[in-house]
Design a protein around this ligand. Sequence first.
Ligand SMILES: C[S@@+](CC[C@H](N)C(=O)[O-])C[C@H]1O[C@@H](n2cnc3c(N)ncnc32)[C@H](O)[C@@H]1O
Length: 268
Amino acid sequence: MHQAAPPPRRRLTCRRCSASWRALARPSPPSSAWKSGSDFRDGGATTLFEMALGVPPWTLTKNDDAYNRAMNEACVVDTTMSMDIMLKDTSSSIFSGLTSLVDVGGGHGAAAMAIATAFPHIKCSVLDLEQVIIKVPQQAGTDHIHSTVQFIAGDMFESIPPTDAVFLKHVLDCWDDDHCVKILQQCKRAIPARDAGGKVIIMNVVIGYGSLDKIVKEAQVLFDMYMMRYGGSEREEHEWRKIFSKAGFSDYKITPILGFHSIIEVFP
Ligand SMILES: C[S@@+](CC[C@H](N)C(=O)[O-])C[C@H]1O[C@@H](n2cnc3c(N)ncnc32)[C@H](O)[C@@H]1O
């Protein structure tokens, strides 16, 4: 039987350090996952993740329960640890004055619950895809903090509920610049003007910010490479500035926190 030949191996090059390696140097996925050469990312259609698994990650969370569970649980573990650091380091200045916040792409709500615990007067909600929200563990409605956090199934590219602030933790680095601009444009529609307290709070890497330790720098660059699988990337300040400006925001402030993350407050 005739089987479609896999695409030729290509050499990928890291934009920051010029390291290069062979794409697809791994066991072949099922032939159905291969697409024609013109479908590859250079042709505009897909990502390393899709090349290997045939669908984008947020389709796989819909199609594959085990992958969905692993992704949601991993996000809770990462977020529980990093929110602890973030809230100790920076919280008062960043969250003061807010009465509502939507954690967009907030998974099972670990960040929203940490914020609601630290600031009980802020009404916190989580917006995520339906396949994520329907799997929010049951106990997340029974104790006091869980019951104050509202979970909303929806698509951030279509609309985000009105709120003082949108929180985006490890969401924008999953996407290329054009998708980030679209997400940020929806965020801007959801929040009030700057003088009425509106802002977007991004928790992500800003390459070059934070501790100058070699290990922190290496972690930032490794994350950049890691996010390439989704077609996303970690960004330097000038790359963030470009997407904020394209999405119609007027100003931003970067606050590095312990570890390799920063908080970016983005103002309409
Ligand atoms: C890398 S995870 C980050 C989760 C969480 N913010 C954290 O840091 O632990 C990205 C999240 O974005 C969500 N997501 C992807 N596409 C989305 C969409 N179109 N609308 C809403 N959420 C989306 C995913 O389901 C996932 O929960």
